[in-house]
Design a protein around this ligand. Structure first.
Ligand SMILES: Cc1ncc(COP(=O)(O)O)c(C=O)c1O
Length: 418
């Protein structure tokens, strides 16, 4: 029995039948039996430049050898964190962007939520504490992230969560305005949205939705926090995952693709407006941040990864290949088990099974993912379906292999249910 208690893992199952991955190369990973899989999920939506890039490993090695870790609290700093902040600020859609580094997406959400409240506190609008989020939204599993989660099972059983949160229907911009007006705009701090809902089931935004909520937030003085932990770093074809909608947010949370997962790193890009009360001589300290915020070796991985994304034009591929991925999955709709296929905005998509199949066959999604794995394709079970979000370096023929493999897995599943 393994003693590794896995995130989101059933303790008995993960302890008795772990699948051990040993090696990665490009879009492929290999398990301990040497079996090769297409990593059709880019691990957890993060291996954007693919596996096994020597340049990133070497940058990590070089930094670890010279100064692996050091505090960046106060005015202590290090060259990789400075360089990465400069790089990311220069590419931000927001004016005068400051970069606050943490270690992952959940940390980034905590940071943005606290900073939204603290910003209003500093400008004398202390009552603006309410955070609005959306059904289906996923914002990590820490305190604020759990409290604004739009996935009910992820909130259940933890007692009282962070107060002053409101949830609205994910695709209804008018519901945002109604919620603001109902509580009183003077009570609302921020709206948090994923450009494309990821872990909640891959829901691209309805046309005009993000533009509409951006306008509503601006009208009522509410901060717009874009959670691009999945959508950034090329998944939607750009750095911050929001540029294609022409929306200028107040903060963007990021993680995952910033290092392609070579080391843990996340952060918040903060607009000049939100940073302003903290920026002048003698202004208050934002008393927040983890021990490893601005960690030099993690930042070195980020710098190396971001250079690859830019110099090899990988960043744009999330949007260039989005149609190809959706097309490759659409034939799955012919399966009697399938209720629908979603995608087409960025390199992520989901195949959803019908409710009757889900009700009649508990565990059916795990079985589908298992059949896909047998055929050498790793997919991710979420919501009522399975999702795919391959590394951005994938080629069109390989995308066809994902679609083909998943359709064969659906046939395998259909036969097994008879
Ligand atoms: C949109 C979004 N926000 C936040 C998170 C949490 O990130 P982490 O798992 O790195 O804490 C995730 C993770 O998938 C995410 O998809």
């Amino acid at each position: 029995m393994s003693h590794f208690w896995h995130p989101f893992g059933q303790l008995y199952q993960s302890a008795t039948s772990p699948i051990i991955f040993e090696r990665g190369e490009g879009i492929y990973v290999f398990d301990s039996d040497g079996k090769r899989y297409i990593d059709a999920t880019a691990a957890l939506w993060y291996a954007n430049v693919g596996h096994g890039r020597q340049e990133i490993a070497e940058a990590i090695f070089a930094q670890a050898r010279s100064l692996a870790g050091y505090s960046a609290f106060g005015n202590f700093s290090n060259q990789p964190a400075e360089e990465l902040a400069e790089f990311l600020s220069a590419r931000s859609p927001m004016p005068d962007t400051e970069i606050f580094f943490v270690l992952g997406g959940g940390d980034a959400v905590e940071t943005a939520a606290k900073l939204a409240r603290r910003y209003f506190y500093e400008i004398g609008e202390q009552n603006r504490t309410i955070l609005i989020s959306r059904t289906n939204g996923y914002h990590g599993t820490w305190g604020f992230g759990t409290s604004v989660s739009g996935i009910p099972v992820n909130r259940a059983g933890f007692g009282e969560l962070v107060p002053d949160t409101i949830q609205v229907q994910w695709d209804d911009s008018e519901a945002v305005e109604e919620a603001i007006v109902r509580s009183g705009p003077e009570r609302i701090a921020a709206l948090i949205v994923e450009p494309v809902v990821g872990a909640g089931g891959v829901y691209p935004p309805p046309s005009g939705y993000l533009e509409a909520v951006s306008g509503i937030c601006a009208r009522h003085g509410v901060l717009l926090v874009v959670d691009s932990v999945i959508c950034g770093f090329g998944r939607l074809g750009s750095w911050y995952g929001i540029e294609r909608f022409g929306v200028v947010p107040d903060m963007v949370t990021f993680a995952k693709g910033v290092t392609s997962g070579y080391l843990p790193l996340g952060g918040v890009a903060v607009s000049g407006r939100v940073a302003e009360p903290f920026k002048t001589p003698g202004s208050p300290v934002f008393r927040h941040g983890p021990t490893y915020g601005g960690h030099p070796t993690c930042a070195a991985a980020g710098v190396a990864n971001c250079k690859i994304l830019e110099e090899e034009h990988i960043l744009e591929r999330g949007s260039l290949l989005e149609g190809e991925l959706l097309e490759s999955l659409l034939p799955a709709q012919e399966s009697p088990l399938v209720a629908g296929v979603r995608g087409g905005t960025g390199l992520l998509a989901a195949v959803e099974l019908g409710q009757a199949t889900l009700d009649d066959h508990p565990g059916v999604l795990d079985r589908l993912a298992g059949f896909a794995r047998e055929r050498g394709i790793i997919t991710r079970v979420l919501g009522r379906g399975v999702a795919v979000s391959p590394p951005l370096i994938i080629e069109p023929e390989e995308i066809q292999m994902i679609g083909g493999g998943l359709i064969e897995a659906l046939n395998d599943l259909e036969k097994s249910l008879k």
